[in-house]
Design a protein around this ligand. Structure first.
Ligand code: TRP
Length: 327
């Protein structure tokens, strides 16, 4: 079986957008590949270095979110980046041969610096973000890396660094490939992209009551003031969510009901609530079990880390040898 590797930064609770855009895919891949999934806590520090007080809680919360969403430690290796210092060792070696120009040209470097104005991202660590990511991937000799399109520049530089290493010192790393899948766009409660920073999310850790309340108070087509007003479903974020979470028949039914004022907004929302509840129910059930066992969460991370570490240690042995370091 080919090896798959991917990671996520622990920067808070996961929401429906993360579930549809990444986690569900990771869960599906578990049966087809040898999967390694890790929490990139060092990467989170590249942007959140001034206040590190929440990082431990975020890591723990992310483990619970992952396991509740169906990542299965019997199938996948789940681990924590900072528990495997070999990532840092490979990072430092790769940094020796990575031209500055390559890093300065990575589109996310400039974009993020311009986008995030409240933090000073003029740091060495932030510039080296893609080198650390390359180390994460190459150290496991992963073949496929499931990521969103936003991560493609990082994958491209990983491949470049990989080729440069192999050319300079000898073939150690296979070239990894991005594994892109089409995902439907999940809008938030206000119709913009679902995102923590917009405060418009339905979280995997929300209770059924919270989810119901969030959907019931969602905006709809603003032109539909009264029940008898006809609406345009395309102007309603509720309909955008139906497109992701409801069947084609239900979508047609609520669209028609909206246009003709045949149904009220609450009727439309009830169908969405039912479908999102169906999706979240198994996740809620697993979460309940895991919340009662905080030690188990840590144990799963420890066990996964141990397994990943074996591979990382082996690769670093090959790397040191190939670099002709004194052994
Ligand atoms: N940069 C990725 C993100 O923000 C997280 C990440 C770090 C990652 N290392 C990785 C993803 C290695 C895939 C492989 O989403």
């Amino acid at each position: 079986m080919d090896r798959v590797l991917s990671g996520m930064q622990p920067s808070g609770r996961l929401h429906l957008g993360n579930l549809v855009g990444a986690l569900q895919n990771w869960v599906r891949l578990q049966d087809k590949y040898e999967c390694y999934y890790f929490i990139a806590d060092w990467h989170a520090l590249t942007t959140h270095y001034t206040d590190t007080s929440k990082i431990g809680d975020y890591v723990h919360g992310m483990l619970i979110d992952w396991l509740s969403a169906g990542l299965d430690p019997e199938k996948s290796t789940i681990f924590i980046q900072s528990w495997i210092p070999e990532h840092a060792e490979l990072h430092v070696l790769l940094s020796m041969m990575t031209p500055l120009g390559w890093l300065e040209r990575v589109p996310t470097y400039k974009e993020k610096q311009e986008e995030i104005k409240d933090k000073d991202l003029g740091t060495y660590g932030f510039l080296g973000y893609p080198v650390l990511q390359s180390a994460d991937i190459l150290i496991y000799r992963a073949k496929h890396v499931p990521v969103g399109v936003d991560q493609l520049p990082h994958l491209e530089i990983t491949r470049e660094i990989c080729r440069r290493f192999n050319f300079l010192y000898g073939e150690v790393f296979p070239e990894p490939e991005g594994l892109l899948t089409e995902f439907p766009k999940v809008v938030g409660l206000d119709g913009r992209k679902m995102s923590k920073s917009y405060d418009n999310c339905i979280y995997l850790s929300d209770t059924p009551e919270e989810v119901e309340k969030k959907i019931k108070t969602m905006m709809t087509d603003p032109h539909r003031v009264r029940r008898t007003d006809k609406g345009d479903p395309e102007l309603s974020p509720v309909y955008q969510l139906h497109k992701v979470f409801s069947t084609k028949e239900e979508q047609a039914e609520v669209a028609e009901g909206c246009r003709t004022a045949g149904i009220g907004c609450l009727d439309c929302k009830r169908i969405l609530i039912k479908n999102i509840f169906n999706l979240l129910e198994p996740i809620w059930n697993r979460r309940k079990v895991f919340l009662e066992k905080p030690d188990l969460i840590r144990e799963i991370a420890l066990r996964g880390t141990e397994k990943a570490k074996d591979i990382a240690i082996k690769t670093m042995g090959d790397v040191r040898k190939t670099l002709k370091l004194y052994m």
